[in-house]
Ligand binder design. Structure first.
Ligand code: DON
Length: 582
């Protein structure tokens, strides 16, 4: 997702618009498959499956490999969620989201006047949350994998030590101006100013050594010498994370959220992600409309779906946060009766103005909570993260979304250890009601607090038909993650697309505030005109102060053919990912 370069966007648009439907067949694999943003990471997962590993081994191998070959988002210095559904139907949701350090305070990103200090939660040491990725991947491997940690980390260690050839796009990414603000990041990723060129081999010896140390003694990252080294580097840079914070970090297994949609079971991410709840609430609302009959990407089907997104994001802003710190009314939000009440507020031909939205008063829990909290205000939209999907030969599946939040996270590389740290503190509300990097408004439940997990939109999702896994879905894209997953899911279920078509199909997005309907560049101007007459403010692409990006997200998904059992891998044609199978 390197559409930060405006000149490139224009060229790409011309090329992509004509190739939009050129390759509509997913990759067909007979046994196991991995779909990710980088071919080498997908290959790492397949390599361990071919060596006898299962989907979890492959997910962990892919995750560590992404930390090497996809530095802007793949990581060991961030966090993520892994949703596993084994072939016998058992599910596991592993939460390894970052946590705020103990010294974090509610006002840490505010100035003396109580205003948000721009950029403070996004760049540099104070923006870093206690990373959970190593703990989460090690936990998943030890509980649910078949191989050893050393075996599944071998491909990542090899890639870090021997290096890999950088593509043109990866080289452009490494020019990131904020990376140069941190000496260790500038030394490693920008070769001290002698920037890498396309085709050059990028070797990361410090990261290779760190990965070898994790493979040999994983606990060292949180309780041993490595924890002390990380804490010392954080202190030196003015950060808050201490060895004690690392020692206190814990992975949580949680119950995923579950809903149904037109007879399919949808299993997705629970709080501290808002993803599954907002997805299921949206699907419950649109279930009342015959979208297939209204027609794929028709103004009417977009209207009803947008109204559903608007309402679910309105609730997201009000209620969502870390469930270990606040009661989150998930059961009410995903209740079909609540969706029915919401539907009654949707006009058949006119858009609802976001500012006029009124929550149906059918659940006292929601009313009492909302009455106690001020309604937030609006703002901007911006960009990074990565998702990958795995299915093995037995039919076990894993959907994993992992992040360091912004592209290259906080831009801080830990001295001597060769890995980038997240800026996940920006996912908290720096000030309830004021938007974060993603333009998202969030309420009291997501205020900063020591030891708390910031609210996420990551939505690793598995769709089941009968007792069989049908779809493994997910994407990066901040707030657009949720609508991207919904767009792909509805593409298959409502519009009869194959998984590749559903991934490639043009997306649309609304998140309550700002009150805008974003559509990707490929939408028909006629449809857009019709939507405008319905009252929508439609924007082609995503706009911010500096640029317009024509398309978004990176859905890396799998379907399983119910008849043949074939694994069908769909990597998003918007980016340079790859499905690899055998
Ligand atoms: O957890 C979240 O929701 C965000 N940190 C995700 C950021 C993201 O997806 C940016 N990617 N494009």
């Amino acid at each position: 997702m390197r559409f930060r370069h405006k000149s490139l966007i224009v060229l790409l648009l011309a090329a992509l618009a004509t190739t939009a439907l050129a390759n509509v067949e997913p990759l067909h694999a007979q046994h196991g498959i991995v779909v990710s943003i980088h071919e080498l990471a997908s290959k790492a997962g397949v390599e361990v499956m071919q060596a006898g590993g299962n989907a979890v081994d492959a997910a962990v191998a892919t995750g560590f490999a992404l930390a090497v070959v996809h530095s802007p988002a793949g990581n060991i210095g961030g966090g993520g969620f892994m949703l596993v559904r084994m072939a016998d139907g058992k599910t596991h949701f592993i939460d390894y989201r970052e946590k705020a350090p103990a010294a974090a305070t509610r006002e840490m990103f505010l100035d003396a006047q109580g205003n948000v200090i721009e950029g403070a939660s996004e760049i540099g040491y104070k923006s870093i949350g206690v990373p959970g990725s190593v703990a989460g991947m090690v936990y998943a491997e030890q509980r649910y994998g078949k191989l050893t940690l050393k075996q599944v980390m071998a491909p990542a260690i090899r890639l870090a030590r021997e290096g890999y050839a950088l593509s043109w796009g990866e080289v452009q990414d490494l020019h990131d101006k904020h990376l140069s603000e941190f000496a260790e990041s500038r030394r490693i990723f920008q070769r001290g100013g002698n920037y890498y060129r396309p085709g050059e081999i990028f070797r990361q010896p410090e990261l290779a050594r760190t990965l070898e140390r994790i493979a040999a003694k994983p606990d060292d990252f949180y309780h041993g010498a490595m924890a002390r080294e990380i804490a010392a580097a954080m202190k030196k840079g003015g950060g808050l994370i201490t060895a004690e914070d690392l020692a206190q970090y814990e992975v949580k297994e949680r119950e995923p959220v579950r809903g149904t949609y037109r007879g399919f079971e949808v299993i997705s991410a629970p709080p501290p992600s808002s993803g599954g709840t907002v997805l299921i609430e949206s699907l419950n609302i649109v279930e009342g409309y015959d979208l297939a009959k209204l027609g794929d990407r028709s103004a009417e089907s977009i209207h009803f779906t947008t109204e559903a997104f608007r309402r679910a994001f309105f609730d997201r802003a009000e209620f969502m946060g870390d469930p270990d710190f606040a009661k989150i009314p998930v059961a009410q939000l995903i209740d079909k009766k609540y969706a029915e009440a919401w539907r009654e507020t949707i006009h058949s031909e006119n858009a609802t103005a976001s500012k006029d939205l009124k929550r149906p008063a059918i659940f006292s829990e929601l009313e009492e909570y909302a009455a106690a909290h001020p309604q937030p205000v609006e703002n901007h939209e911006a960009p990074h993260t990565t998702h990958y999907s795995v299915v093995d030969a037995e039919g076990n599946a894993a959907a994993v979304t992992t992040t360091i939040n912004d592209w290259f996270g906080s831009r801080v590389t830990v001295d001597g250890l060769g890995f980038l740290m997240n800026d996940e503190m920006d996912d908290f509300s720096s000030k309830p009601g004021v938007p974060n990097l993603d333009g998202l408004i969030q309420g009291e439940a997501n205020a900063i607090g020591p030891g708390k997990r910031p609210l996420s939109s990551m939505t690793p999702t598995i769709v089941v038909h009968g007792d069989k896994t049908l779809l493994v879905l997910g994407s990066p894209g901040s707030s657009k993650i949720i609508t991207t997953v919904a767009n792909v899911l509805m593409g298959v279920v409502d519009y009869g697309m194959n998984i590749q078509e559903a991934v490639d199909a043009p997306r649309f997005h609304n998140q309550w505030l700002p009150d805008v309907l974003n559509v990707e560049q490929w939408f028909s101007p006629d449809t857009v005109k019709r939507l405008q007459t319905m009252g929508y403010k439609v924007e082609f692409g995503l706009h911010d102060d500096e640029s317009v990006v024509p398309y978004w997200s990176d859905a890396e998904c799998i379907a399983i053919d119910a008849k043949t059992g074939e694994r069908l891998g769909a990597s998003d044609y918007r980016n340079s990912g790859k499905a690899v199978g055998y």
